[in-house]
Design a binder for this molecule. Structure first.
Ligand code: HPA
Length: 250
C-alpha cells in the first residue's frame, strides 16, 4: 500500500486523531521544508503530515518552499498527496464551510520557484498538465465523501493567486469570468511540482469566506479562521474514511 501524505493549510496545522510516531527533519537540495515531517498513524495506516505554512503558521503563501516540501515527501517514499487548502468562494453557492474537490486550476502566481527542471538537464522536460489533479485520488476522495455522508462539491476550478493580500473585487470578477469557482494562494506551484515528481496529488479545499466583492463586509482573518473550524473537522473525517477505504482496496 502506498504512503499517503497530507499537506495541511490554514486552519489545519495538525490532524486530530493522528497518532504521532516521530518527526523527521529533511534537508533537500532545494532548501528546508516548511517544518519537520510528521510520521504518524491514522486509521491504522502510516501517513505523513506536513503543515504548509510551518508549525506555527508563520510562512506566507508566496514564501512557502514548495519545491523542498514536495521533494521531502518524495524522499520519504510518499506516493500520494492530499493538499488541504483554505479558499474564497467565487461561485455564489459556495458558502463558507463548503468542501470542494477541484478538478481544474488556473495559475495567476508569479515569481515562485515553480519547477525542478532547471539545471543539469539531459533534455527539456514538459509534464502533461491537462488534468492538474490525480484522477484516481480525486475519485477516492469523492467516494470517501459519499461513504461518510460528507457533502462535497465534486469539481471546480481553483484560481491560484499570489497573495498574501486578498483580491480586489474586480480581480475576483475577472477570476469568475475566467471560470474560477474558488480562489486560494497555495495551489500553485504545489500541484505542478507534485506532477514533476510523479506524485499523485489532489486538493481538498475548504471555503473560508466569500471572495472579495461578493460579501458586504470586510474579510477578516478571524472570519476565515472561525469558518475553517467546522470545515476542517469534516476534512479530518473525510481523510479517515479515505484511509479506511484504501485499506480495504486490494
Ligand atoms: N482569496 C485567496 N485566498 C484565500 C481566500 C480568498 O478569499 N480565503 C482563504 N484563502
Amino acid at each position: 500500500m502506498s504512503i499517503l501524505a497530507m499537506i495541511g493549510g490554514t486552519g489545519l496545522t495538525n490532524i486530530e486523531g493522528l497518532e504521532l510516531i516521530r518527526r523527521e527533519v529533511v534537508h533537500t537540495p532545494f532548501g528546508e521544508p516548511s517544518a519537520p515531517l510528521t510520521h504518524g498513524i491514522l486509521q491504522g495506516q502510516p501517513v505523513v503530515f506536513l503543515p504548509r505554512h510551518g508549525s506555527g503558521h508563520t510562512i506566507p503563501p508566496h514564501q512557502v518552499n514548495y519545491r523542498a516540501n514536495l521533494w521531502a515527501l518524495k524522499h520519504l517514499n510518499v506516493s500520494a498527496v492530499i493538499a488541504i487548502a483554505a479558499t474564497g468562494g467565487i461561485q455564489r453557492e459556495l458558502l463558507p464551510g463548503t468542501l470542494v474537490i477541484p478538478d481544474q486550476l488556473i495559475d495567476y502566481t508569479w515569481g515562485r520557484q515553480h519547477t525542478f527542471f532547471e539545471h543539469d538537464l539531459s533534455h527539456v522536460t514538459h509534464i502533461d498538465f491537462t488534468e492538474p489533479y490525480c484522477r484516481e485520488l480525486r475519485e477516492q476522495l469523492l467516494q470517501a465523501g459519499r461513504a461518510a455522508g460528507i457533502p462535497l462539491v465534486e469539481k471546480g476550478t481553483y484560481g491560484a493567486t499570489q497573495g498574501p493580500r486578498l483580491e480586489t473585487a474586480m480581480e475576483v470578477r475577472r477570476l469568475a469570468n475566467d471560470g474560477c469557482d474558488i480562489v486560494g494562494m497555495t495551489g500553485m506551484p504545489e500541484a505542478s511540482l507534485a506532477r514533476e515528481l510523479g506524485l499523485c496529488y489532489a486538493c481538498c479545499s475548504v471555503v473560508a469566506n466569500k471572495a472579495a466583492g461578493l460579501c458586504e463586509h470586510e474579510i477578516t482573518m478571524q472570519e476565515i479562521q472561525s469558518n475553517l473550524v467546522a470545515g476542517m473537522k469534516q476534512v479530518t473525517q473525510l481523510l479517515i474514511q479515505l484511509l479506511c477505504d484504501r485499506h480495504l482496496t486490494p
